[in-house]
Design a protein around this ligand. Structure first.
Ligand SMILES: *[C@@H]1O[C@H](CO)[C@@H](O)[C@H](O)[C@H]1NC(C)=O
Ligand SMILES: *[C@@H]1O[C@H](CO)[C@@H](O)[C@H](O)[C@H]1NC(C)=O
Ligand SMILES: *[C@@H]1O[C@H](CO)[C@@H](O)[C@H](O)[C@H]1NC(C)=O
Ligand SMILES: *[C@@H]1O[C@H](CO)[C@@H](O)[C@H](O)[C@H]1NC(C)=O
Ligand SMILES: *[C@@H]1O[C@H](CO)[C@@H](O)[C@H](O)[C@H]1NC(C)=O
Ligand SMILES: *[C@@H]1O[C@H](CO)[C@@H](O)[C@H](O)[C@H]1NC(C)=O
Ligand SMILES: *[C@@H]1O[C@H](CO)[C@@H](O)[C@H](O)[C@H]1NC(C)=O
Ligand SMILES: *[C@@H]1O[C@H](CO)[C@@H](O)[C@H](O)[C@H]1NC(C)=O
Ligand SMILES: *[C@@H]1O[C@H](CO)[C@@H](O)[C@H](O)[C@H]1NC(C)=O
Ligand SMILES: *[C@@H]1O[C@H](CO)[C@@H](O)[C@H](O)[C@H]1NC(C)=O
Ligand SMILES: *[C@@H]1O[C@H](CO)[C@@H](O)[C@H](O)[C@H]1NC(C)=O
Ligand SMILES: *[C@@H]1O[C@H](CO)[C@@H](O)[C@H](O)[C@H]1NC(C)=O
Length: 838
C-alpha cells in the first residue's frame, strides 16, 4: 500500500464536525462524495460521476463570488489583449470575446441567483477565461483545481501514409499492433453516438487551454511522447477541466464497441484535514481554511510516517537524490543513447536538453521540450546547447532539426540565449508593451520613482531591477536608450480603441537585468551580450536554410519567442505536425505569443508596495485600487495574466493576433508517432528532399524576414465569431440558493480556522525528516508539499516536480507524484524590499 494511506488514516482518526459553528440551520441532506474521495487511502483516480457529485454538492456563496469577481476585474485591467480580443483582426483563428463584459454577465448571474452550486459558477468563469485562448491567462483556484477529468483511454490522430487525412485510434491499439505492423487497428467512428471528429472538436474547444487555433486545440487531446516525458497528461485522458459525463461509449469502424466510465484525477493538495461534506470542500478549496477539527500536530505525525528512510525503495514517496543520474528519456519514442545530454535529464530530473546525431543522413537533432529552468539548470541548459553545436559541427553534420513539440515555454532569456548561440550575428528585437491604463500609470510612476531615488549600493536597487514597474532599466525601442522616466514608457499610444505603452526592449547587456529577469540565485548572462560576449564577427554555425524547427503547435510563450526569432528574424523554416483531420496550413507557435506571463500574486505585491509608498507620502492616489489583501479572500493557488504583448518592429498589432503559418505541415503516421528518429527524418525530408510529404495545401503561407506580417490570414471558420458568456449562462437553470446561507462567508471576525499554506519552507535532512510539519515531506533538504504531477500547478505557477510513480495509471500513462518547488527563487531567499517579495 502506498505511504499516502497512512497519512489519510491518521487524519480520519481525528474526524469530527467539520463546518464552522455557524453551520446549523436548514442544511440540506449532504452528500459525502467529497469526503469519500479525499479520504480514500488507495488511489487518486475515481469515477468522474463521483467527482461530479462532490463538485455539485459544494454550495455557492454569492458574497464571496462577488468579492472575487471585483478583485479579478481589477486584475484583468492589466491583461494586455482586452481590446484585440474584443475586436480581433481576421488573422485571429479563434472566436473573439469581451472579457470585461463577460465578468459583468457573471456578476449579473450572481445577482439573479442562477448558480445552483459553486461548480456551475466556476465552470462559467473558466469558460470565459478559456475564451481568451491565451496560455498566459490561468486561474488555479477553487474547487475546479481539485480535479481533472480523463477518458480511460488515450487516443492518437494518425494518417495511414502521411497523405490521407488522419483518423483517431486508441493508443492501446497503436501499441498492441506494434505500430500497425502486426494488425491494422480499426479507427474510432463515434463517441457517445456522435461522429468522433465532431465529438472531439467539441471536447477540444471546451477543454483545450490557451492555443490560438483549432489544430493545436486538437493536438492537446492526443497522447504525445514529448508530453509523456514531462509527466503531464493530454487533455482528453487526464487534463480535462469540465465534467465530461458519466460514461464514454466508443464505436470503432469495424463495429466493436467499448463502454467505460469517464474518470477523475484528484489533484491531492496535501493534507486537508478531516474533510467530508461539500461545505468542508468549499472552506478548504475556495477559502483556504482547514476544517475546525484540523490539528496540525496530528498532521505532522502523519507526514513523518510517509517520509522515506535512507533505505527508500523506488516506490516510496521520494526518490533519493543519490539515485543514478538518468542519461536518456526512457521513452520508446526517443533513442536510448543521446549523443548530447543535459545533466539531470529525465522525468524525475531537472534537465530537458538532448541531442541525437543521425549520421547516415548528416542531420543533428536538438530536442528542447521546455525552457522552464531555474538556478544551476539555467547554466547547464546553456552549456548543453553550446556542447550540441560544437559536437555536431565537429561530427560534420550538415543540417539541424530542432524539436519543440509540447514546449510550453519557461525562461524568455533562455530562448534568447539559445537563439543567439545559433545566430550570434543577429540582435533580436523582442519588443513588447503593456496596456496603458490609469492603475498601471500610478504603479509605474510610484515604483519607478522610488527606484530612481535609490543609491546603487542599496539592496532595493538590485531587488527592483527587472521589475515590471521599473521603466528606466529598459530600452526604448524608438531611441535604443534606457527610458529616462516612467512617463516616457507609459505613453499612451492609442491602437484598436485602447491605450498602450511605448515599445520596450530588454536590456540584455546588463548582467543585473539578466539575473533579475531569470529570478535566479545563480549568475546567468545571455550569450552575445554584456558579460558573455560572442567573439567579434561570430558567424552562425549553420545557415538558416540548413535548420528546421518542428512543432505540434503547442509552442507557448518562450517557445513562441524562440520561434519568432528563429523564423521571422533569421529565416529558419518551420514544420508543424498533426492538427485536425483537414488539409491546409497550420500555425506552429499557437500557444501564447504574449511577452510576459505575469503571476497575479506578484501583481498584488507590487500594488501593495506602491500603496505603501503612496501612503507614506500621504498621496491622494494611495487608494488607486482597493487593498488587494483584504479584497481577496479566495484562496488562489496560482493565477496569471499576459502583462505585455509582443510586437514586431514598426508594427502595432500584438503578435498573438497575426497568422503565423508553418512552411509545411505533416501528419503523424503509425511509423513516426512513437519513433521520433523516424519523425525527425520525415521532417527533414519534407523540407529538404520530398516536399510531397507536406500536407496538401499547407505550403506557401509562411511569411518571414522582411515580409509583412499576415494580419489577414486564410479564411477562418471562426472569423467574426464571438464567445458570448451570456448565452452560456442562459442555459443554466435558475435555482434558489437561499438554503445555502449556512455557509460561512469567510469574512466574519473571529473566524479562527487555520489557513492552508502551500509555501512552507523549512530545511530538513532525510535523517530527521520528522522535522517537516504541515504535511510536507523532506526533499533535497527542504520540507515541501507533495503534489500530483498530472496537470496541477504549484504556487507561483511552477509545475509539480515529479519524484515517483503513484502506482496508478490514467489511460496508458502512469500518474506521477512529486513536490512543489519552493526554495529555488529569489522570491523566498531575498528579503528586500518587503512586500514586493512577499
Ligand atoms: C470592472 O471594473 C470596471 C472599471 O472599474 C467597472 O466599470 C465594472 O463595473 C467592473 N465589473 C465588475 C463585474 O465588477
Ligand atoms: C475491430 O478493431 C479492434 C481494434 O482494432 C480489434 O481489436 C477487433 O478485433 C476488431 N474486430 C473485428 C470484428 O475485426
Ligand atoms: C465526421 O463528419 C465529417 C464531416 O463533418 C466527415 O468528413 C467524417 O468522415 C466523419 N467522421 C466519421 C468518423 O464518421
Ligand atoms: C523506464 O520505463 C519503464 C516503462 O515505462 C519503467 O518500468 C522503468 O522503471 C523505467 N526506468 C527508469 C530508470 O525510470
Ligand atoms: C555519429 O557520429 C559521431 C561522431 O562522428 C559518433 O560519435 C556517434 O557515435 C555517431 N552516432 C551514431 C548513432 O552512430
Ligand atoms: C551611495 O552610497 C555610498 C555609500 O553609502 C556613498 O559613498 C555614495 O556617495 C552614495 N551615492 C549617491 C549618489 O548618493
Ligand atoms: C540602463 O538599464 C540598466 C539595467 O537594465 C542599468 O544597469 C543601467 O544603469 C541603466 N542606464 C542608465 C543610464 O540608467
Ligand atoms: C487613452 O489615454 C488618453 C490620455 O490619457 C485618454 O484621454 C483616453 O481616454 C484614453 N483612451 C482610452 C480608450 O482609454
Ligand atoms: C491591506 O490590508 C492588510 C490587512 O488588513 C494590511 O496588513 C495591509 O497593510 C494593507 N495594505 C495597505 C497598502 O494598506
Ligand atoms: C522601422 O523603424 C525603424 C526605427 O525604429 C526605422 O529605422 C525603419 O525605417 C522603420 N522601417 C519601416 C519599414 O518603416
Ligand atoms: C525508428 O525509425 C528508424 C528510422 O525509420 C528506424 O531505423 C528504427 O528501427 C525505428 N526504431 C524502432 C524502435 O522501430
Ligand atoms: C516571404 O518571403 C520569402 C523570401 O524571404 C518569399 O519566398 C515568400 O514568397 C514571401 N511570402 C509572402 C507571402 O510574401
Amino acid at each position: 500500500m502506498k505511504s499516502f494511506s497512512l497519512l489519510c488514516l491518521s487524519l480520519l482518526a481525528s474526524t469530527s464536525s467539520a463546518l464552522p459553528a455557524t453551520s446549523t440551520s436548514a442544511a440540506p441532506a449532504q452528500s459525502t462524495a467529497c469526503g469519500t474521495i479525499v479520504n480514500d487511502p488507495d488511489t487518486y483516480v475515481f469515477n468522474a460521476s463521483l467527482a461530479y457529485e462532490c463538485l455539485t454538492s459544494v454550495p455557492f456563496n454569492p458574497a464571496v463570488a462577488t468579492r472575487f469577481l471585483a478583485y479579478y476585474n481589477d486584475t484583468l485591467q492589466f491583461q494586455s489583449t482586452l481590446a484585440y480580443l474584443r475586436n480581433p483582426p481576421t488573422s485571429y483563428q479563434q472566436p473573439g470575446v469581451d472579457l470585461l463584459l463577460g465578468l459583468q454577465n457573471l456578476q449579473d448571474g450572481i445577482n439573479n441567483g442562477i448558480f445552483p452550486n459553486q461548480y456551475e459558477f466556476e465552470a462559467a468563469l473558466q469558460t470565459l477565461l478559456y475564451a481568451t485562448h491565451d496560455a498566459h491567462v490561468n486561474l488555479f483556484a477553487g474547487i475546479l483545481s481539485a480535479f481533472t477529468f480523463a477518458s480511460p483511454y488515450d487516443i492518437v490522430s494518425l494518417s495511414i501514409d502521411g497523405i490521407q487525412l488522419p483518423k483517431v485510434y486508441f493508443a492501446f491499439d497503436l501499441f498492441e499492433s506494434k505500430y500497425f505492423t502486426t494488425y491494422q487497428p480499426s479507427a474510432i467512428k463515434t463517441i457517445n453516438g456522435v461522429n468522433a471528429t465532431t465529438y472531439l472538436m467539441e471536447f477540444a474547444s471546451k477543454n483545450s487551454i490557451g492555443t490560438l487555433e483549432k489544430n493545436a486545440d486538437w493536438n492537446q487531446l492526443m497522447l504525445s511522447a514529448a508530453l509523456d516525458i514531462q509527466g503531464y497528461f493530454d487533455v482528453f485522458s487526464g487534463g480535462a477541466t469540465f465534467y465530461p459525463g458519466d460514461t464514454i461509449t466508443t464505436v470503432l469502424e469495424n463495429g466493436t464497441t467499448y463502454t467505460d466510465n469517464f474518470q477523475a484525477v484528484y489533484n491531492d493538495p496535501g493534507p486537508t484535514g478531516p474533510l467530508e461534506t461539500g461545505g468542508d470542500f468549499y472552506n478548504f478549496f475556495v477559502l483556504g481554511f482547514y476544517p475546525a477539527s484540523f490539528n496540525e500536530s496530528d498532521d505532522s505525525t502523519g507526514s513523518s510516517s510517509v517520509v522515506p528512510s535512507a533505505t527508500a525503495t523506488a516506490t516510496s514517496t521520494v526518490v533519493s537524490s543519490a539515485a543514478a543520474t538518468p542519461s536518456n528519456w526512457n521513452n520508446t519514442a526517443y533513442p536510448d543513447t543521446p549523443d548530447v545530454v543535459q545533466t539531470d535529464l529525465g522525468t524525475y530530473g531537472g534537465g530537458y536538453i538532448s541531442g541525437y546525431f543521425l549520421n547516415s543522413t548528416s542531420i543533428s537533432v536538438l530536442s528542447i521540450p521546455s525552457f522552464d529552468e531555474y538556478d544551476a539548470a539555467l547554466n547547464t541548459f546553456q552549456s548543453t546547447i553550446s556542447d550540441f553545436i560544437t559536437r555536431s559541427k565537429a561530427a560534420g553534420l550538415q543540417k539541424v532539426v530542432i524539436d519543440l513539440q509540447q514546449n510550453t515555454g519557461g525562461q524568455p532569456l533562455l530562448a534568447i540565449d539559445t537563439f543567439k548561440q545559433f545566430f550570434p550575428n543577429i540582435d533580436p528585437f523582442d519588443g513588447s508593451r503593456m496596456r496603458a491604463h490609469p492603475s498601471a500609470d500610478v504603479m509605474g510612476n510610484t515604483i519607478t520613482g522610488y527606484f530612481q531615488s535609490l543609491n546603487t549600493t542599496d539592496e532595493d536597487y538590485y531587488a527592483l531591477i527587472g521589475d515590471e514597474w521599473v521603466a528606466t532599466d529598459l530600452i526604448n525601442a524608438n531611441t535604443n536608450q534606457n527610458f529616462t522616466s516612467w512617463a516616457e514608457f507609459f505613453g499612451p499610444h492609442l491602437y484598436n480603441g485602447d491605450n498602450f505603452t511605448t515599445v520596450q526592449r530588454y536590456n540584455l547587456s546588463s548582467i543585473l537585468f539578466d539575473d533579475a529577469a531569470t529570478n535566479t540565485n545563480f549568475s546567468f548572462a545571455v550569450y552575445g551580450y554584456g558579460a558573455n560576449p560572442a567573439p567579434a564577427n561570430a558567424s552562425p554555425p549553420w545557415a538558416a536554410e540548413d535548420i528546421v524547427l518542428l512543432s505540434d503547435g503547442i509552442c507557448d510563450s518562450s517557445c513562441a519567442l524562440f520561434m519568432e526569432m528563429m523564423h521571422h528574424e533569421a529565416g529558419v523554416r518551420v514544420v508543424a505536425a498533426g492538427g485536425l483531420p483537414t488539409t491546409g496550413p497550420m500555425q506552429a507557435p499557437s500557444g501564447s505569443r504574449g511577452a510576459s506571463d505575469y503571476d497575479v500574486s506578484i501583481l498584488d505585491a507590487n500594488i501593495d508596495f506602491a500603496q505603501q509608498i503612496l501612503q507614506s507620502d500621504n498621496s491622494p492616489e494611495q487608494n488607486f485600487l482597493p487593498n488587494r489583501t483584504t479584497a481577496m479572500d479566495v484562496f488562489v493557488t496560482y493565477a496569471d495574466i499576459n502583462l505585455r504583448d509582443q510586437v514586431r518592429r514598426n508594427e502595432t498589432i500584438p503578435l498573438q493576433f497575426a497568422y503565423e503559418a508553418a512552411d509545411c505541415r505533416i501528419f503523424y503516421t503509425p511509423k513516426t508517432i512513437y519513433n521520433y528518429t523516424a519523425l525527425w527524418q520525415y521532417t527533414a525530408d519534407a523540407i529538404w528532399s520530398t516536399p510531397s510529404l507536406c500536407v496538401q495545401g499547407s505550403t506557401g503561407f509562411a511569411t518571414t524576414g522582411t515580409n509583412t506580417t499576415d494580419f489577414v490570414g486564410p479564411s477562418s471558420s471562426s472569423a467574426g465569431a464571438r464567445t458570448n458568456i451570456s448565452d452560456y449562462l442562459a442555459a443554466l437553470n435558475s435555482s434558489s440558493i437561499s438554503s445555502l446561507t449556512y455557509l460561512n462567508d469567510g469574512l466574519e471576525d473571529g473566524f479562527a480556522l487555520q489557513r492552508y499554506k502551500n509555501t512552507v519552507v523549512t530545511s530538513c535532512t532525510i535523517e530527521s525528516a520528522a522535522a517537516c510539519t504541515g504535511g510536507t515531506i523532506c526533499d533535497s533538504g527542504v520540507c515541501k508539499l507533495e503534489c500530483v504531477v498530472g496537470n496541477a500547478k504549484c504556487a507561483g505557477g511552477q509545475p509539480c516536480q515529479a519524484r515517483s510513480n503513484a502506482g496508478v495509471s490514467v489511460g496508458s500513462q502512469a500518474l506521477l507524484k512529486g513536490v512543489c518547488p519552493v526554495s529555488n527563487s529569489k522570491v523566498t531567499t531575498k528579503t528586500s524590499p518587503g512586500p514586493l517579495v512577499d
